[in-house]
Design a protein around this ligand. Sequence first.
Ligand code: FMN
Length: 180
Amino acid sequence: MTKKILIVSSSLRGGSNSEILAHEAEKGAIDAGNDVEFINLKGKEIKFCIGCLSCQKTLKCVQKDDMVDLIGKVQNADAIIFATPIYYYEMSGQLKTFLDRCNPLYPQENKFKDVYLITSAYDSSEKAADRAINGLKGWIECFEQSRFAGALVGGGIDAPKSAANREDLLKKAYELGKNI
Ligand SMILES: Cc1cc2nc3c(=O)[nH]c(=O)nc-3n(C[C@H](O)[C@H](O)[C@H](O)COP(=O)(O)O)c2cc1C
């Protein structure tokens, strides 16, 4: 069955390693016959959640920025892959802001089920992504139809574009996408 897969790449830098891995997952997901949309947070205006909670009644955010369009993509997806650089052993601030701004979805019926995380970090330990994975799991826990479906921990990659030389990670990313 064709699935609608949304990929959200959150690194803002050129030659992003997490983005390279996310594109490899995209190839795998396309090869498996899915309908895939890749969105990049570069150049997007996504303000911080201000915590007013009016979205819990109106199902809309009071802030009018790029999230108006992006939240609809989250809502229509069957599965989501988030990609983030590891910053201070956590997910990037821009990914956290994106997740917070999905708060209008909290009181609604949502479709997305399997949620994946792709990370990139200088540190080569698998543990480097533990806090980012835990943070994403907290978000997933608040959407009862969804589940954490897996992570690709890209370790030992620091300079821009260095993920392009890591056949091991590229292969794992492709497989992640292919097996959704
Ligand atoms: C603000 C900042 C914080 C970082 N913190 C960590 C860290 O805690 N652990 C680590 O291994 N790498 C850390 N890094 C390195 C990045 O995770 C690494 O360069 C990664 O490949 C960047 O991914 P990207 O190219 O997708 O942006 C940090 C980089 C920046 C800019």
